[in-house]
Design a protein around this ligand. Sequence first.
Ligand SMILES: C[S@@+](CC[C@H](N)C(=O)[O-])C[C@H]1O[C@@H](n2cnc3c(N)ncnc32)[C@H](O)[C@@H]1O
Length: 258
Amino acid sequence: MRERGTVFGEMADDYDRVRPGYPVALADELLAAAGPGPVLEVGAGTGKATRLFARPGVDLTCVEPDERMAGVLRRNIPGITVVDSAFEDWQPPRPYGLVVSAQAWHWVDPVRRADLAFDALAPGGLFAPFWNVFLVADPALHAALAEVDARHGLADETSHRRSAAARTPLGPFEQEWADLHLTDGRFTELRSRRYESALSYASEHYRDYLMSTSRYRLLDPGTARAVLDETIAVVDAHGGTIDFVVDTDVALARRPAQ
Ligand SMILES: C[S@@+](CC[C@H](N)C(=O)[O-])C[C@H]1O[C@@H](n2cnc3c(N)ncnc32)[C@H](O)[C@@H]1O
């Protein structure tokens, strides 16, 4: 997983151009619910989420191991504190009232990451990893893309694998919390939140988006070209645009105040 986590830097500028951001209401609510102290972002990338938290009065530190992503981050948000390190290799110098991670927590060592989050938090501090979940709005387009993916063995990992027609409600997140090792009794106030938004890509832009994901970047170039050509042809045959409902799902856990 960690090797896959370095593929983004190969195309940091393209990543910044094609990836969506996150709802501003998410940052509003996390900052309001945070414990006292500074804010830490793990795996900040080029700053897609960082820009929401970089506000006057917010003492923000970003940890980002890929120097190419960190370079774009520093350019996008001048003056913020960026630590060039994997989270696992960094010793937090002070406790944080809020630790966030946007689309990056799955790259941190699954065995150590809950301990690392807990240790980075101040008493009463809030931990909030979140992810964008894409749902294809048009069921016919979803079915046609699923057929392409199945033929290329990509069925379970593309950003268009879910249909808005089969959207699952935001569950209690119990399995996810267990997977994140947040259910061992140390964290309290386990909650989840969903923020809904909409996103559209013209077909060629969607091609660039797909090439910004690790699944496609790790295909051999011939296979990537073939599957992307077919995918884009399908989008073009359905009007030339792919519309998504985007669920930004957040897992919330608090380090007890005592
Ligand atoms: C999918 S990108 C997300 C970037 C950004 N947060 C966003 O929402 O666009 C994943 C990021 O996690 C970083 N990353 C990978 N392994 C990491 C680790 N062990 N600790 C911290 N960040 C890591 C990558 O360099 C990359 O910038």
